[in-house]
Design a protein around this ligand. Structure first.
Ligand code: DAH
Length: 327
């Protein structure tokens, strides 16, 4: 009996799927739910069901009945909708506007910068955002008592784990796993605790560059950055170095680039650079007598904000469509 009911339900559901008119639906109702229909037809079998099984079979019978009734109602509504008197479709009417997504300004900036450096022969390297103190500091010649390691300026995560505070970590990871020569850039997120305001955010992006070759000088470094600036900001772009200090480069310099802002060419501080410190090569096992290198780190948000005239870094990460749509 249970098997018969199951079969009946399956047949009914299969069949109702093929019904495509109100008349057809009525015929379906008569054949399954009508007074001479198949459901009524199984009733006489009830008398053969044992006393213990009767409640189970009775319950199933009711279930099948309501399943069929609700299938009937649903199909009826569907057919009514499909056949209701609607005005004929005007195929010449303009369609609704489809809102197109677009790349985020930061993604666009990263793609643009990467494209220029790729053309200059740099390949793209990646490193983890969750780092250890060794790669973020020690290997970069930043000693244990250096102020850059202050817990106030870093996201330490317990153990020696931390969110990287600079993409210079990728220099170390690449040199650890690859013999020289090297010519890479590494773009990605970095994290530093900061009170958020128009120019500070606790997450931002950097573009790191590293070149290792038998002979490398500050001239190579400046020429590379100069070529980049001209390609990215335009023919009139310029590069200026100001003496500085970073533990992982010697000598070190602050990099300014002259770029067009609101129609005027202006000097903007954009990152740091220098020749790789021999202590860094020592950490990764490179022979200081055979290899020299330059490195640089550029701030992506800074480039993007100046290029697109964005006054507040927070706007980049609030995901307000009214802002994002402008670019
Ligand atoms: N990592 C530095 C920072 O976050 C930027 C930097 C300076 C990177 C000099 C370099 C470099 O590779 O040579 O402030």
């Amino acid at each position: 009996m249970l098997a018969t009911l199951q079969k009946l339900q399956e047949d009914a559901i299969d069949e109702i799927g093929t019904v495509d008119s109100i008349d057809g639906l009525e015929a379906w109702r008569v054949s399954f739910l009508g007074s001479k229909g198949r459901l009524k037809g199984v009733m006489p079998l009830m008398k053969d069901v044992s006393k213990e099984e009767k409640p189970v079979v009775g319950k199933r019978l009711n279930e099948v009945k309501s399943a069929l009734e609700s299938a009937f109602d649903t199909r009826k509504q569907e057919l009514a909708g499909a056949t209701s008197a609607r005005p004929p479709m005007d195929v010449t009417e303009p369609g609704d506007d489809v809102a197109l997504g677009r790349r985020h300004i930061i993604t666009k900036t990263i793609d643009g910068i990467t494209e220029v450096f790729s053309r200059m022969g740099f390949s793209v390297a990646y490193g983890p955002e969750v780092e250890d103190e060794y790669h973020n500091f020690n290997a970069l010649n930043i000693p244990d008592d250096h102020p850059a390691r202050d817990p106030i300026d870093n996201f330490f995560m317990g153990g020696d784990r931390m969110l990287r505070s600079q993409t210079s970590t990728v220099q170390i990871r690449v040199m650890e796993s690859t013999p020289p020569p090297i010519k890479i850039i590494a773009v990605g997120r970095v994290y530093r605790p900061d009170t958020h305001d128009a120019t500070h955010f606790s997450m931002f992006h950097q573009c790191e560059g590293l070149l290792v070759a038998p002979k490398v000088s500050m001239v190579d470094l400046k020429t590379t950055l100069f070529q980049f600036a001209k390609s990215y900001f335009g023919e009139k772009a310029e590069v200026r170095f100001r003496p500085s200090f970073f533990p992982f480069t010697e000598p070190s310099a602050e990099v300014d680039m002259k770029m067009k802002i609101k129609g005027k060419w202006q000097w903007v501080e954009i990152g740091g650079c220098g020749l790789v410190d021999p202590n860094v090569f020592e950490q990764v096992g490179y022979d200081n007598d055979k290899w020299q290198g330059f490195a640089f780190g550029l701030g992506i948000e800074r480039v993007a904000m100046l290029k697109y005239g964005i006054q507040d870094i927070r706007w980049l990460y609030e995901n307000d469509a009214r802002f994002l749509r402008q670019f």
